[in-house]
Design a protein around this ligand. Structure first.
Ligand SMILES: *Cc1c(COP(=O)(O)O)cnc(C)c1O
Length: 438
């Protein structure tokens, strides 16, 4: 039997990010200016993003060097372990060999700091003093709070009001790292004040919070805005996950046949899958499966078209699978998967048949999460439980077919801040519960 954990030395942390744009069979369609419907000039993004990130957003270079200052901070928790799920395999009596990359070991408990650290760095070196962002359940807000603190930047988080009330531990976490957290809608911005005038008790939404964060950044000269998923540069920063996994699987002596990740805006799926998809584009056999909730089925039932990234129609038009920018998903617990759109890179790969997509009901995902917690020990984030569901189904299929199959998935985070969701599941009243957005 080989090792349960395959570990890398700190000096094996990747030195380059992998940019899949260099290898796409068909290049991405450009974002459009919503007023003219002309391709957006990259400079139009300069008021909200630093040059370093705008360059990455449009780069066609295959490899982009990771600054040493970023690697130094990533080393606080990276390289992350690759686990062989022996106990889950035995429980399922499957001939499949299951591996998972565990991103829950980061300080905030998910993959999101991988990009937060990089984004804070590029803002810092260009003299930006303050970053704004939005957060729902708080995973992204806490990652950016940590990153800003480590680079000496101020951080303003607009947190969807209902989540602010329901998830007090998440904003305490952000405040520990020095962020200013404001329930949204707020009096800070015109957008917020307008909503409050109409509805003083408004619960808020991710769309409103994005509007506030962007307006705040645009109205302060020293301030820029940061986004936790969807955009090309965010997915780029997450590829450290897959690049590490490639080295780890090589040590374990296995080659993955199926790569699986849950999909909200697409960043943790992309982070794991893109380096492997590079091999697929160059001829290797591989299946990559993006897993989403049945309640927000962007890839499986959405349309590929140009759409806004936010409900307030403030962003450029992005070419992506979308349920429509005004789609409001039901209140499922996987807050991080409740996004109407999908990263243009992931969308294009699905359109071109390089990846597959699958949707599951949350009940089936919580069942899978509990099987995982009771075999492997780790309580997964509700988002990651979607990947686990797909993994279990693939492993059971391997059993039926009598096939040894190597499955790799991304365990994007732990569920320690999601006990309310697990409590509801255990009580059997999951469907009655109200939840929030990430
Ligand atoms: C935010 C989040 C997701 C969904 O976002 P992606 O950009 O699709 O990765 C998934 N899992 C966890 C734990 C998250 O925090």
């Amino acid at each position: 039997m080989s090792e349960t954990k395959v570990l890398l030395e700190e000096n094996e942390l990747p030195t380059y990010w992998y940019n899949i744009a260099a290898d796409l069979p068909r290049s991405l369609q450009p974002p459009l200016n919503p007023k003219t419907r002309e391709p957006l000039h990259p400079e139009a993004l300069a008021p909200i993003f630093p040059q370093g990130l705008i360059e990455q957003e449009i780069s066609q270079e295959r490899w982009i060097q990771i600054p040493e200052e970023v690697r130094e901070i990533l080393r606080l928790w990276r390289p992350t372990p690759l686990y062989r799920a022996y106990r889950l395999e035995r429980h399922l009596s499957t001939p499949a060999r299951i591996y998972y990359k565990y991103e829950g070991v980061s300080p905030t408990g998910s993959h999101k700091p991988n990009t937060a650290i990089a984004q804070a760095y590029y803002n810092k070196v260009e003299g930006v003093k303050r970053l704004t962002t939005e957060t729902g359940a708080g995973q992204w807000g806490s990652a950016l709070s940590l990153a800003c603190h480590l680079f000496g930047l101020e951080c303003q988080v607009y947190m969807v009001r209902i989540s602010y009330q329901q998830k007090p531990y998440r904003h305490t976490q952000m405040k520990i790292w020095g962020a200013k957290v404001t329930p949204s809608p707020s009096l800070n911005t015109c957008a917020g004040r307008e909503v409050l005038e109409r509805d003083p008790d408004c619960n808020g939404s991710l769309g409103i919070a994005i509007g506030e964060a962007i307006e705040d950044a645009l109205s302060h000269a020293d301030t820029k805005y940061a986004l936790g998923s969807v955009l090309n540069h965010v997915l780029l920063h997450q590829t450290v996950i897959g690049l590490e996994a490639q080295k780890q699987l090589k040590k374990a002596g296995d080659i993955p046949e199926v790569v699986i990740g849950c999909c909200g805006g697409g960043s943790n799926f992309a982070g794991l899958a893109f380096p492997f998809l590079c091999d697929k584009i160059h001829g290797k056999e591989l299946r990559a499966i993006a897993v989403e909730p049945e309640a927000c089925p962007t890839l499986t039932r959405g349309k590929f078209t140009y759409d806004f990234g936010d409900a307030a129609r403030q962003t450029p038009l992005l070419p992506m699978y979308t349920l429509g920018h005004d789609f409001v998903p039901p209140g499922i617990h996987a807050g991080g998967l409740r996004y109407h759109g999908m990263s243009p890179l992931v969308s294009q790969l699905l359109l071109d048949g390089l990846i597959e997509a699958r949707a599951y009901e949350q009940q089936a995902c919580f069942e899978a999460s509990l099987i995982f917690a009771r075999t492997e020990g780790i309580i997964s984030a509700p988002e990651a439980s979607h990947a686990i569901r797909a993994v279990i189904d693939e492993a059971l299929r391997a059993r039926e077919e009598g096939k040894e199959r190597v499955i790799l998935f991304n365990l994007s985070g732990h569920g320690h801040f999601d006990m309310g969701a697990f409590e509801a599941y255990l009580k059997g009243d999951l469907s009655k519960e109200k939840t929030d957005e990430s």
